[in-house]
Every structure is written in structure tokens, then in C-alpha cells.
Write a protein that binds this ligand. Structure first.
Ligand code: NHW
Length: 406
């Protein structure tokens, strides 16, 4: 709670009214579980009214025109870094992947339009996820893409959007939420740091992302981040549809080591990991097959960031899920897992470079500490805080849901 954005609890005018744990109220062992129990029949059937001149809509993401409106709102007004050099550029393919996952419903693509101009000025969305915290698994609304047009900031519209996505979830009998943010709110269940590994150092330097370290020269940096042309792991290949069940099984066993993780159905794994052949590639997934057995898996996705000063984009890879039989050996053998993960992630870097991605990001979660340094990732300025809504959980150690970094 001592991050730069942390405020006294009393200063969180909205969040102090919500079923989330407060800063400083913890102590001793607590039983994990919901903070507030409600009944569907007590939930408002209608949204809270908006101020005059604005109205609620649901956005039809199947409609290319409406998808473009969401794209344009986010492209102009979504998350920027502190120096306003970069802003996320979530292209429609990524938005479709992120917001139309199995179980999605249009009523969770919530927008606000200006009544006269019909302009989309605010948005929030959710998809259903099954999240396990220690030994309890529950359905939760994973909330993302909260955005208010820059001209409407500071007018307390965000709390109204959050209450609306909560209401829609509650009417579906969903009482828990999962979300991440760069800002500190009451109260993170876990906090991760971003790490970055240059793939195209020259471009990263030219756009101001990677400074030249004192005493170094550009050619040293280029050499430092050079990668081989071809991957090294025997049996490595692209994941196919027929690998889905094996990957789901491997992931379930691997993720069991963490306090908090999602649970994937085969349908969800197909959606999250297999690239769509007919559109711009968003997700890359690989398996290692030896003697007919899938022993390892890794995946990464790409989200562009606009370089604000010159209208170019950075193509940023984000490490997604991975799993290895090596991490499941009994007794747990950390040095072997370290060796294996370094080999796999080095191959992931090679494949991302081949896909013309410029930088590879990873968070301080799962077993990433075993390879970040060796694979030449450097710690960034950004942090990502993970939150649960209406759920009290004693502190989470180890992994959290990598999907929610989107
Ligand atoms: S985090 C990315 C959020 N989006 C951006 O940063 C885009 C650029 N910024 C904006 O569009 C990933 C605006 O600045 C936003 C705030 C809209 C952020 N999460 O309207 P006001 C997600 O999408 C609180 C939650 O005047 P604004 C996850 C703030 O602390 N709360 O501000 C989203 C204050 O409350 P306080 C946030 O600048 C998860 C109040 O908003 C927040 O015009 C959502 C101020 O409102 C954030 N990122 O608009 C929660 N940023 O108590 C889901 C600020 O301090 C919860 N605030 O007075 C679960 C719901 C589902 C439950 C199911 C049962």
C-alpha cells in the first residue's frame, strides 16, 4: 500500500463503499471467502441513471462498425505510461480474443454514448472465468478495458461503470470479480513487476523505450540481445487442435503449485491458445512432444503500443501460460526446472523475434524468477496489482493469473 498512488483508506470515496478488503484491517489468519452475501432478487433490475445527455448501451462486438468504435475509444484514451510516450493499441483481433472468450455475452460489453452525437465515450467489459484460490474454485467476472474519454475524466463516471458491470454480473449469479490495474486500490491480493527483454534494441532505443546505458555503445546493446536463428529444444512445434486435452491436463497439474490460478476447460484452452488462421496473429503457442507425449508448453501474445510521438507502433510480446513436466517431478527439483525453463523461454524469444515482435514482457509471477535474469530481462517501472472483488483471501504467494495482464 505504499506505492506512489496509494491513498489513505478514507480518500477512496468509492472503493471504501465496495466489498473489498481495506488497507490495514488484516491480521492473523483469515478464512478465504466472500465478504458480502446477497440474493439475485435483491439486485436492481435497471442500471443507475446517467447524468443528462448520456445513455447506457451494450456494444455489439460482432458488428465491425461498433468494434471500430471501441477500438477508437481505447486507441485514443486507454492506458498510457507515466511519461505519455506510449499508449496501448488493442487492435480488433486482440479485442475479439480478449472479450469474446467462451461464455461471453453482449450484455457485458457496456458502453456509454453521448445522446446527441451518439459518440461512444466510456466502456467497461467482463468475461466469465473460473478462478482457483488455494483449494476453492469460483466463477468470477474478469473485468477489463475500463475507459473514460479524456474530456470526461474526474467526473466519477468510472464508479458508475464499475457498479453497472457488478449489477449485470450479480443478476447472472456471479458475485466475485477479478481485475488488474497499474494503480493502487484497496487492496491488492498480489503485486507484480513488469520485466522487459529487448528483441529489436535499435527500434526500442529510437523510440525512447530503451536508454543507452552509461558507458555502453549501441553495437554492444545489439550484440547483447542477439538471438540464434533457430530454436534448440528437441521436439518443439506449434500447438495444434489435437494437443488441447494434453495441454489442459499439463497446465492443471503445473498451475496446482500456485495459490491462485485459472482453471481452463478444453473449449477455453482452444480459444486462448490456438491462433485463428484467418486473421492477424494474436497468440503463439508451442508444445514439446517427445515419444508421443507432450512434456512442455509455452505461449505468448502480442499487444501493440502506439508510440505517441511518431505514429508508429511497438509490437510487444507478453509471456502467457507455460508448463513443464520437469516442474512436476517428485521430489520437486528446482535446478532442473530452472534449466528447462531457460531453454524454453530462450526458444520463445527466438520465435517472438521471428514473428517480428520488438520486445518481450513478463511479470514477476509463476516461476519467472528462474529465468528473467539469465534471459536478459530488465526490471521496468511498471507494476501490476491483482485484485479480487468481494473475496477475502489471505496473502497470495507465487503465481497469479497471467491472462489478466491483458
Ligand atoms: S486497468 C485500466 C483502467 N483504464 C485506464 O487506465 C484507461 C485510462 N484511464 C481512464 O480511462 C484494467 C480513466 O482514468 C479511468 C478512471 C476510467 C481509469 N480500476 O470517474 P472517476 C481494467 O480495465 C477509481 C478501478 O472520477 P476517471 C480493470 C479511483 O480510485 N478503479 O475517474 C478495471 C476513484 O475511486 P476512489 C479505478 O479518471 C477494474 C474513482 O475511480 C481505476 O475519470 C474495475 C474515480 O472515478 C481503475 N483502473 O476514470 C473494477 N482508476 O474510491 C472492477 C481509477 O479512489 C471491479 N479508479 O474515489 C469488479 C467488478 C465486477 C464484480 C462482479 C461481481
Amino acid at each position: 500500500a505504499s506505492g506512489k498512488n496509494a491513498k489513505d483508506m478514507g480518500a477512496y470515496k468509492f472503493w471504501q463503499t465496495q466489498p473489498v478488503p481495506k488497507f490495514g484491517e488484516e491480521g492473523g489468519k483469515v478464512e478465504d471467502g466472500p465478504l458480502k452475501i446477497q440474493k439475485v432478487e435483491d439486485i436492481d433490475k435497471e442500471p443507475q441513471p446517467l447524468v443528462a445527455g448520456f445513455e447506457w448501451v451494450t456494444v455489439d462486438l460482432m458488428d465491425d462498425g461498433e468494434m471500430k468504435e471501441v477500438y477508437e475509444l481505447l486507441n485514443g484514451h486507454y492506458v498510457e505510461d507515466d511519461e505519455a510516450m506510449f499508449r496501448f493499441n488493442y487492435i480488433p483481433e486482440v479485442l475479439r480474443w480478449a472479450m469474446m472468450a467462451p461464455g461471453w455475452q453482449r450484455k457485458y460489453h457496456i458502453g456509454v454514448r453521448a445522446s446527441q452525437s451518439r459518440k461512444l465515450v466510456a466502456f467497461i467489459s467482463a468475461i466469465p472465468v473460473h478462478i482457483r484460490v488455494r483449494d476453492k474454485t469460483f466463477t468470477s467476472s474478469e473485468v477489463n478495458f475500463l475507459c473514460v474519454h479524456k474530456k470526461l475524466r474526474g467526473k466519477r463516471l468510472a464508479p458508475v461503470l464499475i457498479k453497472e458491470v457488478t449489477r449485470v454480473s450479480n443478476l447472472d449469479g456471479v458475485w466475485q470479480g477479478l481485475y488488474t490495474a497499474g494503480v493502487v486500490l484497496p487492496r491488492p491480493v498480489s503485486t507484480c513487476r513488469y520485466y522487459h527483454r529487448a528483441l529489436n534494441w535499435k527500434k526500442l532505443h529510437a523510440c525512447g523505450f530503451s536508454p543507452l546505458p552509461a558507458g555502453s555503445k549501441p553495437e554492444y546493446q545489439v550484440r547483447k540481445y542477439a538471438l540464434p536463428e533457430t530454436t534448440a529444444t528437441k521436439g518443439l512445434r506449434e500447438m495444434q487442435d489435437e494437443d488441447v486435452d494434453a495441454v489442459v491436463g499439463l497446465l492443471k497439474r503445473y498451475l496446482a503449485r500456485y495459490d491462485m490460478a485459472p482453471e481452463f476447460t478444453a473449449e477455453e484452452a482452444r480459444h486462448w491458445f490456438l491462433p485463428k488462421k484467418d486473421s492477424k496473429q494474436v497468440i503463439w503457442s508451442y508444445v514439446v512432444e517427445n515419444n508421443g507425449k507432450i512434456t512442455d508448453f509455452f505461449s505468448f501474445f502480442c499487444v501493440e503500443s502506439s508510440i505517441i510521438k511518431n505514429n508508429d507502433v511497438l509490437r510487444v510480446a507478453y509471456l502467457f501460460y507455460y508448463a513443464s513436466e520437469t516442474g512436476l517431478s517428485e521430489p520437486f527439483d528446482k535446478p532442473s526446472l530452472k534449466t528447462r525453463l531457460n531453454a524454453l523461454i530462450n526458444d520463445a524469444l527466438i520465435l517472438a523475434k521471428r514473428a517480428k515482435l520488438d520486445v518481450f514482457n513478463a511479470l514477476s509471477l509463476m516461476d519467472n524468477a528462474l529465468f528473467l535474469e539469465q534471459q536478459k530481462f530488465g526490471g521496468g517501472d511498471g507494476q501490476l496489482h491483482y485484485y479480487l472483488f468481494n473475496y477475502r483471501a489471505s496473502p497470495i504467494s507465487g503465481g497469479v493469473d497471467a491472462k489478466n495482464q491483458l
